[in-house]
Design a protein around this ligand. Structure first.
Ligand SMILES: Cc1ncc(COP(=O)(O)O)c(C=O)c1O
Length: 409
């Protein structure tokens, strides 16, 4: 008799965004005339840049010509694209070879799939709050016990608290763990780790033979030159870290889909030799994935051209201007907030005694603005609320006007 993977039953009720959609729908049914302003999901809204469109068109044209048509490609990704990526990292002072890169269809699939190459009894440490996929993929893989709704925690997971006191970046675990998920700039808190903070994790990982899974999906949003954009800026990190990134937030590829994972040759865990983990990830990708779309990879190549980079940086600036408007707005109503400076997320502290979900309902009913309750990102997010800078300028402006005019603090 077939049975389901029972670990799915452990997943905490209702994934965050469907629950937001449900409450929004319910509100809309009761108030059909109210115009809603979405500052919730971190979804890009602005069109692809001209250079990217040109690249995508080239990809399509290649398929229309017998001399340039291609079918299945290298599972690891086009050599030119991996070369462009290694050049791009080099321009930031990071030495990586094209062989270190694995092109994929996005950072989310990579960050959920990567756990599959590690032992099923690995002890997992995650930042709390965190982007939900790190936790959920490990729950489904059976690395946790049951979910306690009282504690809002999974048994067996090591939660690393990110609080106002530690500027939303945790200290290293006080016990031995095997896999550590770090995300900087962070979704949802908008906090960015310093060199010293990342170094403390690299030192910990080397000492404890742990692996850091570093999600750098928002690295292009860092404008402060003193902050690290990659874990590989830290000495010794190639032995103990891999990095995941994508063009979703840098170049508006959320719907186009293109990401990459960097698995350095030097990365080792207990009982492996250099190159073995990389071979394992290659084996995984060759077995379960047939490579990123050849059209999309042409679009990605265009991003890394001189013009493409310039255009993508302008796109990032646009969203960061939105972040400034949000920060000015929440400041005007006297709410405490974090993030927003080197990240497209503003992490609000809810008013005294108001839970994250109560604040969601309050903001929606009083102002028509939809945000994301912090508690959806883990127990440490309770009492906080995320506003996203991804949106059309006029929508961001009207959302903030409504907050300034209608929110009762
Ligand atoms: C931290 C983080 N990683 C990864 C992703 C997803 O990236 P992709 O669109 O490349 O799958 C997101 C999307 O919101 C994110 O916030």
């Amino acid at each position: 008799m077939a049975e389901i993977n029972k670990n799915y039953k452990k997943l905490a009720a209702g994934y965050l965004f469907p629950e937001i959609a449900r409450r929004t729908r319910e509100f809309k049914e009761k108030h059909p005339d109210k115009i809603l302003k979405k500052l919730g999901i971190g979804n890009t809204t602005e069109v692809l840049t001209p250079k990217v469109i040109e690249g995508l068109k080239q990809g399509v044209k290649n398929l229309a010509n017998i001399n340039t048509y291609s079918g299945y490609g290298d599972e690891q990704g086009k050599t030119e694209l991996r070369l462009a990526l290694s050049d791009y990292y080099k321009s930031k002072g990071i030495e990586l070879t094209p062989g270190d890169f694995f092109i994929s269809d996005g950072a989310k699939p990579d960050s959920s799939n990567i756990q599959s190459i590690f032992s099923s009894d690995s002890v997992i440490a995650i930042q709390d709050p965190a982007y939900p996929v790190y936790v959920d993929s490990n729950v489904i893989a059976g690395r946790t016990g049951e979910y306690s709704s009282e504690k809002a925690e999974y048994e067996g997971l090591i939660y690393m608290p990110c609080t106002e006191e530690n500027n939303f970046f945790p200290s290293v675990p006080d016990k031995k763990v095997d896999l550590i998920y770090l995300c900087s700039p962070n979704n949802p808190t908008g906090a960015v780790a310093t060199h010293n903070q990342l170094k403390s994790f690299v030192d910990y990982a080397r000492k404890n033979k742990a692996v850091i899974i570093f999600d750098a999906a928002y690295s292009e949003y860092i404008s402060d030159p003193g902050l690290p954009r990659s874990i590989f800026e830290i000495e010794g990190s190639k032995e103990c870290a891999l990095e995941i990134n994508s063009l979703s937030k840098f170049a508006g590829f959320t719907g186009v889909r293109l990401g990459w994972t960097v698995v350095p040759e030097a990365l080792v865990v207990e009982g492996t030799i250099p190159g073995e983990i990389r071979s394992l990830w290659n084996r995984r990708q060759c077995t379960f994935f047939n490579g990123a779309s050849n059209i999309v990879q042409e679009g990605a190549l265009a991003v890394f051209s001189e013009e493409g980079l310039k255009e993508s940086k302008t796109l990032v600036k646009y969203y960061m201007e939105n972040a400034k408007i949000i920060m000015r707005g929440v400041e005007a109503v006297g709410l405490t907030y974090y993030g927003g400076i080197n990240a497209p997320y503003i992490w609000l502290k809810t008013p005294e005694g108001v839970s994250s979900w109560d604040f969601f309902d309050k903001l929606l009913s009083e102002t028509g603005v939809i945000g994301t309750p912090g508690s959806g990102f883990g127990p440490g997010g309770e009492g906080f609320f995320r506003l996203s800078a991804f949106g059309h300028r006029e929508d961001i402006e009207s959302a903030m006007e409504s907050i300034k005019k209608n929110l009762k603090i």
